[in-house]
Design a protein around this ligand. Structure first.
Ligand code: HEC
Length: 191
């Protein structure tokens, strides 16, 4: 709270408040605000009411303890309805990244990055590599070559989908071999 005619020197207006008082008094405004580089400042006008004049009208009519404490020079001479001063607030403005960084610190970022790395490594080793091997094996089988699917190392009831796919390819390979054998044995149809 401050005024152009302040009673207590501690309430002396700062640069923004001085400007706000000036604009409010010359333009008869009820409020004034500015967006500064680091903050939003807002000032609201205070008007003298009849009740205020007990202390702010004149030093002669003001209570003794007020004049004793604050002297007889400043903060008096107001009339009802006049601008008494302003009450102002300051809201700090922080950049989006500063706020974001204060919520999500370096530890959280590190955790997030490592979670991604773990996920990528898992997909690489548990899915991509086995599928690549299986593709190569299936290609060999398709041209009648022997291929090691690594079936011996897989449990028949494994819950792993890639394992089940390998087992299915192995069954396909076995039926294919049987079919080829049968076709090979079939006697030539008589001419
Ligand atoms: C009982 C006496 C009294 C009354 C009534 C009173 N004031 Fe004050 N006012 C003071 C004193 C004393 C100060 C200095 C206070 C301090 O130390 O900050 C002051 C400070 C102020 C200030 C801050 C600037 C300055 O002068 O230091 C404003 C603005 C103000 N008063 C407005 C008003 C308004 C508006 C009213 C009526 C709604 C009012 N006052 C009623 C005694 C009074």
């Amino acid at each position: 709270m401050t005024s152009h005619n302040f009673m207590n020197p501690v309430n002396k207006p700062d640069a923004f408040e001085a400007k706000a008082l000036d604009k409010i008094r010359s333009g008869h405004l009820s409020e004034y605000y500015e967006v500064l580089p680091d903050s939003f400042r807002y000032a609201r006008t205070l008007y003298e009411k009849a009740s205020c004049l007990a202390c702010h009208a004149s030093a002669a009519s003001a209570p003794k303890d007020v004049t004793e404490r604050y002297g007889v020079e400043h903060g008096y001479g107001f009339k009802e309805g006049e601008v008494a001063g302003i009450i102002s607030v300051r809201l700090p403005i922080r950049s989006f990244w500063k706020v974001a960084y204060s919520v999500v610190g370096p530890i959280q970022i590190a955790l997030l990055v490592s979670a991604f790395l773990v996920a990528i490594l898992f997909i690489q080793f548990a899915v991509v590599r086995p599928l690549r091997k299986l593709t190569l094996a299936a290609e060999r089988i398709s041209v009648g070559q022997a291929a090691d699917l690594g079936v011996d190392r897989i449990h028949r009831k494994s819950g792993n989908e890639v394992h089940q796919l390998i087992l299915a390819v192995e069954r396909l390979r076995a039926s294919l071999m049987l079919a080829i054998k049968r076709v090979g044995r079939r006697p030539e149809p008589p001419a």
